[in-house]
Design a protein around this ligand. Structure first.
Ligand SMILES: Cc1cc2nc3c(=O)[nH]c(=O)nc-3n(C[C@H](O)[C@H](O)[C@H](O)COP(=O)(O)O)c2cc1C
Length: 342
């Protein structure tokens, strides 16, 4: 099956089917200290931040989704131009298709509509041993990205009939690309999370950040199940829930963290930041809003940002520095997971 056909299948299945984990990301287990006397005005909330040397108006990214097809191009342009308007970051989908067919660059190139955003190129861990390092560096340059996100998707590949099953030289390959590339490299999962064990391995590498992409939102086992995989179903809810993943990564490493996977509203994003993440990331809700058009995505993001600001207000925080001082308790299932897995 061609990569383009697979990419179209992923988009169609993600938009039209229930492909989320049936277990929670764990945000209900994060209890924040509510300040009923915030002594500030909601309009004072300042969401600005700096991530990997880049200014953000809001500590938020639309995580990697697509590329390689005509439909993907439209979605990428819609999302990128919204990101430019809101001052948030954007991750392009896997550029494997572009490595195979150079003419597909066009479906990933968004700088015409988004000259200033933090833009992440994207490639899968398995591709690092399949393509020359120069081609990958070239792929990052061609789309004028600010960083390269390498996605770890062992679960997805393992249950995908045509998937890559060899991850033998993964760490060595990441190190090699970090040394070769002039741009920062960060690691992301795709919806099944980064454990303490994985984060310890990543901590030893010259990567610049870890994007947890934990369990609680999009499940790749679910998507591959709908594509006909016979082994995916048992793994539908496999992985590290997002809140536990953030806490495991914080324990394992001092690298900047992105809270992502199952972030479904502004309060989830705020909780991720309070737990120590530098940014939050969303994929599926942004995709669903974007396919309905630019206006729809704008109103989704407007509402999301307002929800974030309310979270700042209710913790008495005018900015990120103040927000990070918010006290919180981790209770229930998430506490049990973190106690056992760190
Ligand atoms: C249709 C679709 C395609 C995706 N394609 C990619 C991809 O090419 N590269 C990647 O790193 N992640 C990809 N992802 C994973 C997302 O970046 C994200 O990790 C995951 O969806 C979890 O976030 P969510 O729960 O907010 O959707 C994709 C997600 C969706 C829904």
């Amino acid at each position: 099956m061609s990569i383009q056909k697979r990419k179209s299948d992923h988009l169609r299945i993600a938009v039209n089917n229930k492909i989320e984990h049936k277990e929670s990301a764990g945000f209900e287990d994060v209890i924040l200290e509510y300040d009923a006397l915030p002594e500030m005005n909601l309009s004072e909330v300042n969401l600005k931040t700096l991530f990997l040397g880049h200014d953000f108006e809001v500590p938020l990214m639309i995580s990697a989704i697509t590329g390689g097809t005509k439909e993907a191009k439209k979605i990428n342009l819609t999302i990128a131009s919204a990101c430019e308007s809101f001052g948030i970051g954007f991750g392009l989908g896997s550029q494997r298709a572009m490595l195979e067919h150079k003419n597909l660059k066009d479906t990933f190139y968004v700088r015409d509509v988004a000259p200033n955003i933090f833009l992440a190129a994207n490639i899968g861990i398995a591709q690092l041993s399949e393509y020359p390092i120069e081609d990958i560096a070239n792929m990052v340059d061609k789309i004028e990205a600010d960083a390269l996100a390498i996605h770890l998707n062992a679960l997805q590949e393992a249950v995908q009939p045509e998937g890559d099953k060899d991850f033998e030289k993964a760490l060595e390959n990441i190190e090699r690309i970090c040394k070769h590339l002039k741009k920062p490299v960060y690691i992301k999962e795709v919806g099944h999370g980064i454990s303490y064990k994985t984060a310890r391995k990543l901590d030893a590498l010259p990567i610049k950040a870890i994007d947890v992409q934990g369990l609680g939102g999009t499940s790749w086992a679910a998507i591959e199940h709908f594509r006909g995989s016979k082994t995916a179903n048992p793994y539908w809810n496999f992985g590290i829930p997002t809140v536990a993943s953030i806490l495991c990564c914080k324990e394992a490493s001092d690298k900047p963290i992105i809270a992502s996977g199952g972030i479904r509203h502004g309060l989830d994003a705020v909780k991720g930041l309070i737990l120590g993440a530098d940014l939050s990331g969303i994929a599926l809700p942004a995709l669903k809003a974007a396919v309905k058009g630019q206006k729809n995505l704008h109103s989704f993001l407007d509402n999301f940002l307002e929800e974030m600001k309310i979270g700042f207000l209710l913790t008495g925080s005018k900015n990120l520095t103040e927000l990070r001082k918010t006290k919180y308790a981790i209770v229930g299932r998430t506490k049990e997971i973190v106690d056992k897995l760190t």
